[in-house]
Design a protein around this ligand. Sequence first.
Ligand code: FAD
Length: 395
Amino acid sequence: LPPFDPADPLGIDDLLDPEDLAIRDTVRTWATDRVLPHIAEWYEKGELPGIRELARELGALGALGMPLQGYGCAGATAVQYGLACLELEAADSGIRSLVSVQGSLAMYAIHRFGSEEQRQRWLPGMAAGEIIGCFGLTEPDHGSDPAGMRTRAERDGTDWILTGRKAWITNGSVAGVAVVWARTDETAGGAGIRGFVVPTDTPGFSAPEIRHKWSLRASVTSELVLDGVRLPADAVLPDATGLRGPLSCLSHARYGIVWGAMGAARASFESALDYARTREQFGRPIGGFQLTQAKLADMAVELHKGLLLAHHLGRRMDAGRLRPEQVSFGKLNNVREAIEICRTSRTILGANGISLEYPVMRHATNLESVLTYEGTVEMHQLVLGKALTGLDAFR
Ligand code: FAD
């Protein structure tokens, strides 16, 4: 029998092929070299300096729009994309958010629902990290229920005029392109909610940054203000009508979070395990006390169950068999368990647990955002509740 590996107690690595392992190692090395030495300082300052340089490096790694085909994208498998999310979020959820929004929301929307011209115009630059994208769905008064959105797109001749406001938009202030969802007037030939590809230098568009966050501090979060933004007829995404468009983008991004959350959990667990082996109280390592071992054992169980779940969903996605309810299952479980692992890890580190010298508190507070965005815990419970009972409890 192979020896027991504390880093991989279930032998999950055996599920990966050499190319998967190589991609994982490349992303892990990049995150270790480029993010970990600086992340505490960025987090403390509440900024992500050099975000454009980081985006270009992530582009060179093939991490932007990783599972998409063509247009400069890596065409990786869903499992490989998941492994990249895992390694990036083991560094910081903010870096994984940059990659998720770029690839799984903005690029995915253009790739899946855009015209050939839109794809050729935007995707190669976005895959290279030269152009940063954002995705504006949430509004100040409409989060979990985007169907109530007030941002509207009206026809003026063949042009579109966008008016409204989006809130909590990742990458907003640094984006060169925004995918914005807006209500159209169906009687004027539209079809309810449509997506628009908005160059952010269009007059009337602005994206003030939201400051004073206590979570995802190393991530740019913004409002989008759309003040009569005039767009040509071909700015609309031709193949997305209704909420189905943005929801399928979200399903894709949530899949990455299923993996990413386990990265934050793994980093916190490793920190706690290391600390428990070396920190002594009452004359012995705290890892030798049964109460600490119970915490470590329970965390290891949830961490590696979560990783197995991520692998399972990844293989289903690669087989074209992943249902949105299954993504909800994974997002609900893995983010909820990840935040518990971070909080329990923090207790093992005692007072040091609240310091930025260690990663656990940073990961725990980051995951407060991850728990809320891409569908709150409650929304995913309602998705599963509806699938289980056949009864819709959303309203
Ligand atoms: P609300 O919808 O007001 O919900 C508040 C509470 O009520 C939650 O607990 C919710 O679960 C609960 N609730 C609501 N309805 C029900 C119900 N029917 N039954 C039971 N409970 C209910 N959005 C984007 O479009 N693009 C982005 O790039 C983006 N980035 C983000 C980055 C960060 C750091 C954060 C924090 C958010 C981001 N968001 C983004 C927004 C995010 O998706 C929303 O915050 C999320 O959808 C929840 O919406 P809300 O905050 O308005 O909360």
